[in-house]
Design a protein around this ligand. Structure first.
Ligand code: UDP
Length: 246
């Protein structure tokens, strides 16, 4: 099992690399059962700080990977050196490539209507042989859950990507992944939007400088309110208050 490197706001953070994540997924698909992966960034942690149900869902996940540079930094201040970021935006294409090689079926759930289909189409053209179990926008609204579960179950997908943003996608997986029959469920936020070209990801050099959040803020200024959580997160970590509030 992957090691928990540290605990931030009551959420365990695992030290795994993208390659190790793919290897774990392979093992879980072989073993069966259901395994949830959360791609944790500081916005997740600030929500988990005050929402016990979200925190509990993340605690139950099989894997909480460090998606944001802020998580790497905070872990380091707590004496844990995380080796690499593992982002939803990297996992979607990488796991799709691995799935094409190994014959795993993937269900692409979430984002605006048509975006999951476009994402799967693009990935299939890049990785011929990719078995797309299904694509569906749906919504995290509980009234839709039975239909979505039935679709995923009927598709016999081994992997379920859910792109509803946090905390909706992670709460959805916590509640329903086992019912879908998929061995692995991953909350991937806005990742389909990047693959489908609906949103543009920061150039590599900006990602490497750890400034992806700033790029996102410039391109999508409406995020400023959400991103206000970032300086507050940094402050709480600096003063040692990275504990659950409620
Ligand atoms: N989304 C959705 N249904 C909802 C709310 C959000 O499909 O009810 C999608 C939205 O279209 C986007 C993704 O969820 O593709 C969330 O993206 P965001 O950039 O907010 O997530 P982040 O990457 O910041 O977690």
């Amino acid at each position: 099992m992957p090691t928990v490197a540290c605990d931030l706001m009551g959420v365990p953070i695992h030290d795994v690399t993208p390659d190790e994540t793919i290897n774990l997924i392979a093992r879980w698909i072989e073993d069966g059962g259901s395994h949830q992966i959360a791609t944790v960034n500081p916005e997740f942690l600030m929500q988990a700080r005050t929402h016990p149900s979200f925190r509990a869902a993340l605690k139950r996940a099989a894997l909480c990977v460090p998606d944001g540079i802020g998580v790497m930094w905070a872990a380091r201040l707590r004496g844990a050196r995380l080796r690499e970021r593992v982002t939803g935006s990297d996992i979607v294409p990488r796991l799709s490539r691995a799935a094409a090689q190994r014959g795993w079926r993937i269900f692409y759930l979430g984002a605006a209507p048509g975006v999951a289909e476009r994402t799967a189409e693009i990935l299939q053209s890049r990785h011929p042989g990719l078995r797309v179990a299904g694509c569906y926008a749906g919504s995290p609204d509980p009234v839709e859950a039975p239909e979505i579960i039935a679709r995923v179950r009927a598709s016999q997908a081994e992997i379920l990507f859910v792109a509803y943003g946090a905390p909706a996608q992670d709460l959805w997986l916590d509640q329903h992944l086992a019912q879908t029959g998929a061995a692995v469920g991953i909350g991937v936020g806005g990742s389909f939007d990047f693959v489908a070209g609906v949103a543009k990801r920061a150039p590599r050099w900006i990602q490497r400088l750890g400034l992806e959040w700033g790029y996102r803020l410039l391109r999508e200024p409406w995020r400023w309110r959400r991103q206000l959580a970032l300086p507050y997160f940094a402050w709480l970590v600096l003063v040692g208050q990275d504990k659950p509030k409620t």
